[in-house]
Design a protein around this ligand. Structure first.
Ligand SMILES: Nc1nc2c(c(=O)[nH]1)N[C@H]1C(S)=C(S)[C@@H](COP(=O)(O)OP(=O)(O)OC[C@H]3O[C@@H](n4cnc5c(=O)[nH]c(N)nc54)[C@H](O)[C@@H]3O)O[C@H]1N2
Ligand SMILES: Nc1nc2c(c(=O)[nH]1)N[C@H]1C(S)=C(S)[C@@H](COP(=O)(O)OP(=O)(O)OC[C@H]3O[C@@H](n4cnc5c(=O)[nH]c(N)nc54)[C@H](O)[C@@H]3O)O[C@H]1N2
Ligand code: SF4
Ligand SMILES: [Mo]
Length: 680
């Protein structure tokens, strides 16, 4: 495409971030020259995050994949012979055919997740191909499966309070979320509410930027939120603060929730969570007494053995306390389901093939399975960096009889292990549709520059593989533009027509719905289900059960690995070069003779990470923190947080338990062998 020099293109950011900023991208001489906030999305106007401002460093960076390739050295070597698309797709198709002929189509496993939140580049032609082929299906459980299971059973996809309404709250509870890094456009609204007198409570093992200025910070032990939330319920019921009229009219299961909350006195919950009982009592009072009161339920609290019950207990609070029905009251989780997308554009039914939990990738590749996985097709995902039990995943990827295909923009840690790599465009080089999950919005993503190298969009590549396998049908969407038209036609509520007209699509409930005024539960009887039987059956100790901490004497510290502002999951992880630092509380560091900047080994029975220590009172005692999404080269031994995370599953939704990693930390000699271990 030809653009005039100095041209500015309006587009949107489809990365896996709740905000979906509109962007204004400037070009000079046909190359990206500046990426900044665009005016189209009123929620994000004004600023964008630093990492997307630097996105050109990914587009033109040395890690960019420009050509298909076949690996030359051993898995992980990252050396490739560059080939044509024709040669590469020939080999992809013969690997898929051989697997199907020898082992059945379910021996092919497509593996994709958060890389492209766009509607075009995931669950379109890719889904059509793998459904028609009869590949194994993937349960997407690395994120939001746990909170999603609780929320859908209880509220049936009722939309969340959107960012704009935070300014109306009198109390804001930020629970297991760190919007300063993970959704920065919420922060100005929280600030605005506070200038108008709102109180802020943060529940987080770390003193996040918001926690540091909060009226109350409960630095809970990871995995104990269910106890904290149940203590709040008990307080509400015992002190006649529960809104019985609301519960009678709009909810079922309140008595059973009350019974499960009964054992959780403030004292007992405070002890389990490792917080002061008077702080917890103050939280309970504040929540009961404030209106409007709003809870931002994040994803940090779901990534453990009790995550589902925790999410359910938190989401039940506004119902029991009667906080719905006013602007600035209720809860926010995700608005990704607000559009109710049925995705008719996929154009193929889901086959009844086996379902593989993506959190079990390492097991699936290394344990006996019938049929075994013979072809692993990774796209929109970097599992060696982002899936649990990294060493087992690495062992699986090294299997000689496995063909691994990685389709990505850059040579990720996973791609370095691939037999075949395929180059993908970034969102600045292709069409897509970005859906916000903080606000309720859909925006057009348009190419700003030509695709780099020979990168080709997902739709085009999957449609071509489908045709080469003889699985295509007349009338199929065969390329990006075809698929875009199908998607626009398949969107609900006239959204496609609005996008075609350059307007902002809207849902009937508007952009800032009030819960229980504009939107209601999508459950069969329209009521909130405070005690869904299916969740009670699924959770090992029943719904609202509490499974004890997995710490042992050998591995006493809870390792958490939250979002950082340097990456989006592992995306853009190639741009940071400094050695990673583990945040550890001064007391825990002192007990181990560790000083600031020391080289340390973080270890358990699954693996170890060698990195540097950052001594910080911002993480509570008994917990340590390493950012999620690091690339292997950021540490001194090539392993990252997931080398330490178990592949156990949460109580609900089969979700990954990243924050159930328990570790020990020791000081080690620096890598260059100097006697002084301190690296500053
Ligand atoms: N810059 C940036 N933005 C992102 C992402 C990114 O990687 N970088 N990732 C995106 C994605 S995929 C997602 S899912 C969201 C995630 O965004 P968030 O909801 O913010 O989730 P996390 O970063 O996992 O964790 C949030 C907080 O939970 C805390 N936490 C950890 N364990 C517990 C616990 O047991 N209980 C409680 N109460 N708190 C706990 C952590 O200390 C952290 O401060 O952000 C999105 N936005
Ligand atoms: N230890 C630990 N691990 C975690 C978490 C944690 O809290 N702790 N959080 C988890 C969470 S919240 C999430 S969402 C997952 C995310 O994990 P992943 O799904 O692996 O997401 P990313 O790391 O962003 O990797 C996505 C890849 O897709 C590529 N990509 C982007 N757009 C396209 C495209 O159009 N086409 C193709 N072919 N490729 C594209 C990107 O370049 C990138 O390499 O990680 C999880 N991992
Ligand atoms: S990653 Fe989030 S904050 Fe950054 S530009 Fe994209 S939507 Fe905006
Ligand atoms: Mo996520």
């Amino acid at each position: 495409m030809t653009r005039l020099p100095g041209h500015v293109v309006e587009t949107a950011c489809p990365l896996d971030c709740p905000d979906s900023c509109s962007l204004s991208v400037s070009l000079a001489g046909g190359r990206l020259s500046a990426i900044d906030a665009g005016g189209a999305n009123p929620v994000t106007g004004g600023f964008i995050c630093a990492k997307v401002r630097r996105f050109a460093d990914r587009v033109y960076g040395p890690d960019r994949l420009l050509q298909p390739g076949f690996r030359l050295g051993p898995p992980g070597s990252g050396t490739f012979r560059w080939v044509s698309w024709d040669e590469a797709l020939d080999r992809v198709v013969s690997a898929m055919r051989e697997a199907r002929d020898g082992w059945g189509a379910a021996s092919v496993l497509p593996y994709c997740y958060g890389g492209s939140n766009g509607l075009l580049s995931q669950d379109s032609a890719d889904a059509r191909l793998f459904r028609r082929f009869g590949a194994s299906r993937l349960a997407r459980t690395l994120c939001a499966a746990v909170t999603g299971a609780a929320y859908e059973s209880m509220y049936g996809k009722m939309p969340s309070v959107t960012y704009q309404d935070y300014r109306h709250a009198a109390l804001i509870v930020v629970w297991g979320a760190n919007p300063s890094a993970s959704g920065p456009h919420l922060v100005p609204y929280i600030r605005e509410a506070r200038s108008a007198g709102a109180k802020l409570v943060v529940v987080d093992p770390r003193a996040t930027p918001l926690a540091r200025g909060a009226d109350l910070h409960l630095a809970v032990r990871p995995g104990t939120d269910v106890a904290v939330a149940l203590a709040l319920h008990r307080h509400l019921f015992e002190h006649a603060l529960a809104d019985q009229r609301f519960l009678d009219a709009h909810a079922t299961g309140a008595e059973r929730l009350r019974a499960r909350a009964l054992p959780w006195t403030v004292d007992r919950a405070a002890e389990v969570a490792g917080v002061r009982a008077d702080d917890l009592a103050r939280f309970a009072d504040l929540y009961a007494q404030s209106a409007p009161a709003l809870i931002r339920c994040g994803w940090g609290l779901e990534r453990n053995r009790n995550g589902g019950s925790a999410a359910a207990a938190i989401l039940a609070l506004p119902a029991v306390a009667g906080k719905f029905g006013v602007r600035g009251g209720g809860f926010t989780l995700s608005n990704s389901a607000a559009w109710g997308l049925a995705k008719p554009w996929i154009g193929a039914e889901e086959p009844p093939t086996r379902v593989i939990n993506m959190a079990h990738l390492g097991r699936v590749l290394t344990e006996p399975l019938d049929p075994p996985v013979k072809v692993l097709f990774v796209y929109n995902c970097n599992p060696l960096a982002t899936a649990p039990n990294q060493n087992l995943v690495r062992r699986g990827l090294a299997r000689a009889d496995l063909t691994t295909i990685v389709f990505d923009q850059v040579l990720t840690d996973t791609a370095r292990h691939a037999d075949i790599v395929l180059p993908a465009p970034t969102f600045l080089e292709q069409y897509d549709l970005a859906r916000s999950y903080g606000a309720i919005g859909l925006q057009l993503v348009r190419p700003v520059i030509d695709a780099c190298g020979s990168a080709r969009p997902n739709v085009d590549v999957f449609a071509e593989i489908e045709a080469r396998l003889g699985l295509d049908r007349p009338g199929d969407a065969r390329d990006e533009l075809d698929m875009m038209l199908r998607v626009l036609d398949g969107l609900p509520a006239g959204a496609g027509a609005a996008l075609r007209d350059g307007a902002r699509p809207a849902l009937p409930c508007g952009e800032a719905p009030i819960q229980f005024v504009d939107v209601f539960p999508g459950t069969p009887d329209g009521k909130i289900r405070l005690f869904p039987d299916e969740l009670d059956r699924e959770a090992p100790l029943g719904l609202y059960g509490f499974q004890p901490d997995p710490a042992t004497a050998r591995h006493p510290l809870a390792l958490i690995s939250p979002a950082s502002d340097a990456t989006i999951s592992s995306s853009l992880g190639e741009l940071a070069r400094s050695t990673a630092r583990l945040a550890i509380h001064p007391d825990d560091a002192r007990a181990r003779g560790i000083a600031e900047g020391d080289s340390i080994r973080v270890y358990n029975d699954l693996g170890s990470v060698t990195c540097l220590a950052s001594i910080s009172p911002e993480v509570r005692t008994g917990a340590v923190s390493l950012p999620k999404g690091l690339w292997g080269r950021r540490t001194l031994n090539g392993s990252t947080a997931n080398a330490l995370t178990p592949d156990t599953l949460s109580d609900l939704g089969g979700g990954a338990c990243f924050n159930d990693a328990r570790v020990e930390v020791e000081r080690v000699a620096p890598p260059d062998g100097r006697a002084d271990a301190r690296v500053h």
